[in-house]
Design a protein around this ligand. Structure first.
Ligand code: URA
Length: 207
């Protein structure tokens, strides 16, 4: 299922990210804020437990999110631009990282780094990458996470291209996609149009 989150604050901040005149510092800060708004939506159906608390008046049992059961997985390197905002909201979440590069001969993603918390099958997992372009990295990452035991898995991104959404849905129909916008198309180099350029370069100033 594809969820396009229309919140006015999110849409406003996304426009700021699209502007090529936005500085790297403002891009990073705004992406962190957007990550919080996206996370608010993606975590809407997380299960709550109860925690006993003594208020100044009496003792009771109240809703409590066991943050350690949540796992965020960043697809390197641009996923890290969203991670900080997610951790601002769920500071106890566990964090995994997956690094993939594209082999120029085969155009297939190759894994170069993987570090995940244990017991992935017992966690609510949110995989993140700002751009769902061809979908190749997200598909490979979701496949790898399922091999590691992931059962409850969602994918959160900032921008998606129709080509990437189609490919991802075909490969992982059970993994919901959350995005702030569905853009028009990919160009011949696999960049999203109108998009915002290379997310990693905009975050880290490497262009
Ligand atoms: N990755 C990016 O950073 N930007 C795009 O437009 C597509 C993939």
């Amino acid at each position: 299922m594809l969820h396009v989150i229309q919140h006015p604050l999110l849409q406003h901040k996304l426009t700021l990210l699209r502007d090529k005149a936005t500085s790297h510092a403002l891009f990073r800060q705004t992406l962190r804020e957007i990550a919080m708004l996206l996370t608010y939506e993606v975590t809407k159906d997380l299960e709550l437990g109860l925690r006993e608390v003594e208020t100044p008046m009496e003792t009771g049992r109240f809703p409590w999110l066991e943050g350690r059961r949540v796992c965020f997985v960043s697809i390197l390197r641009a996923g890290n631009g969203l991670l900080e905002g997610m951790l601002d909201l769920v500071p106890d979440a566990r964090v995994g990282h997956i690094g993939l590069y594209r082999d120029h001969a085969t155009l297939k993603p190759v894994e170069y780094y993987l570090k995940l918390p244990e017991a992935m099958g017992e966690r609510d997992i949110i995989m993140v990458d700002p751009m769902l372009a061809t979908g190749n990295s997200a598909i490979a990452a979701a496949t790898r996470l399922k091999e590691a035991g992931a059962r409850r898995l969602k994918f959160m991104c900032l921008l998606a291209a129709p080509e990437g959404v189609r490919a991802f849905k075909a490969a992982h129909p059970d993994v919901s996609i959350y995005t702030a916008a569905l853009d028009r198309q990919l160009n011949e180099k696999g960049y999203i149009l109108p998009g915002l350029g290379d997310a990693g370069d905009r975050i880290y100033g490497t262009a």
